[in-house]
Design a protein around this ligand. Sequence first.
Ligand code: NAI
Length: 491
Amino acid sequence: RLTHITTSLHSGSRMVVKNVCCIGAGYVGGPTCSVIAWKCPDIRVHVVDKSQARIKQWNSDKLPIYEPGLDEVVKECRGRNLFFSNDIDQAVREADLIFISVNTPSKTYGIGKGRAADLKHIELCARKIAEVAEGHKIVVEKSTVPVRAAESISHILSANTKPGVSYQVLSNPEFLAEGTAIENLVNPDRVLIGGEESAEGEAAVGELTWIYHHWVPQHKIITLSTWSSELSKLASNAFLAQRVSSINAISALCEATGADVSQVAYAVGKDSRIGSKFLQASVGFGGSCFQKDLLNLVYIAECLNLHEVAMYWQQVTDMNEYQRTRFAKRIIGCLFNTVTDKTLAVFGFAFKKNTGDTRESPAIFVCSHLLEEGARLNIYDPKVERQQIESDLTSARATSEPERVEKLIHIYTDPYQAVTDAHAIVILTEWDEFKTYDYKKMLSVMKKPAFLFDGRKILDHESLINLGFHTETIGKRFTRNTLLRSSGGDL
Ligand code: NAI
């Protein structure tokens, strides 16, 4: 098949993509199309979104998302061959190839509520394309979708086709990770392109392959059937999440037995069949994708009557919830079984470092648990905006008492101010800057005994203990904390 595509690329019969449109200017659409514009100066890239606020930000000096390297790419290409606008009709009309990069969250209503992917945004895009398209269009499903979603898009398009208009639908799931999006896009492990097994399908696959060829070597571009491509994305996220839950399960065993999860992870990861990546125990995984894609997989398995398969993957997300709860309970246990009216400085609110994204962040869960117990939280994150933290913690998902929570949270822009008079520091995101702080100075302004809970295992715990912090982390117990524990902490 690859030979066929390469041949058609060189045969001169190609349509030649000149205009690309991307519907959805989010964490995927924005960076992906910025990199396409950067690497393909011969292609005009038009990113559109229904949100005026988002597009305004993409056209400003402060982009709507933080990603290392993104500002530079946008600055170089914006106005040259990269454009952001709300004019969806025009962008679709002009485009030869249209990426659909809209959000596909878990459904919050009806059948499959909380688990099935909500495809309403995808469907609206398909209907919009059918309404305004002219000529031949390649429609590329970049959003993460359930298996056979491309088929539904094709159905909607073909049922609404006007004379002289034709479509090919491809699956091209995105594997970028927030925080390293530009690096991942510039140097991907692989690019998947799923298409229909027909001459037209292969020609469309050839066009998209041609775009990626501008910077991705051929051996990294994998062409496969549309359904395999769709399922590969869900399976990849499920495997990644499973590794985190696996090492987190081991971390609980380590805490109970006196083993050290870092040592175990190192030893396990040295096995070349297993590998060392994604074996970092923590307070749990977050982000907009792992949870929803896992639940989507569970739902698909259930709908296919594959109960055991569904149960297997469900356990990966259950373990994540257990880990977050376990950490919150450990904090309360160490603080003499009550955090009511105690002040805790929370370092980090994003779901991981180098992003301002808080979707499904473990911080929301841990903070909500502590707030429920009456703790006052002084929260500091280098990239998350105050309004975001406030809305996450006062949302209906997080609390039934938003007014009470509002009074208990304080957002800081200086970590040293956040720890003043605090009983404890709780680290919930692995930001590098947390490693550089003067913890001696922090200790001097905290209430004693001062506690530090490292939910990301990033600090030098021995030196913190030497300074006088009662230190707790995931997957390890410090014997030198024993004295303090026996003086009242119920673990
Ligand atoms: P997002 O929520 O950041 O962006 C989606 C954008 O689509 C929003 O700006 C929204 O206004 C826009 N939109 C929705 N419906 C629209 C419509 N009918 N017309 C025009 N614009 C519309 O979502 P994100 O994170 O970019 O995710 C997009 C897809 O990519 C999802 O399926 C996600 O699972 C997948 N994905 C996300 C990754 C991530 O790290 N965020 C990584 C890989 C895949």
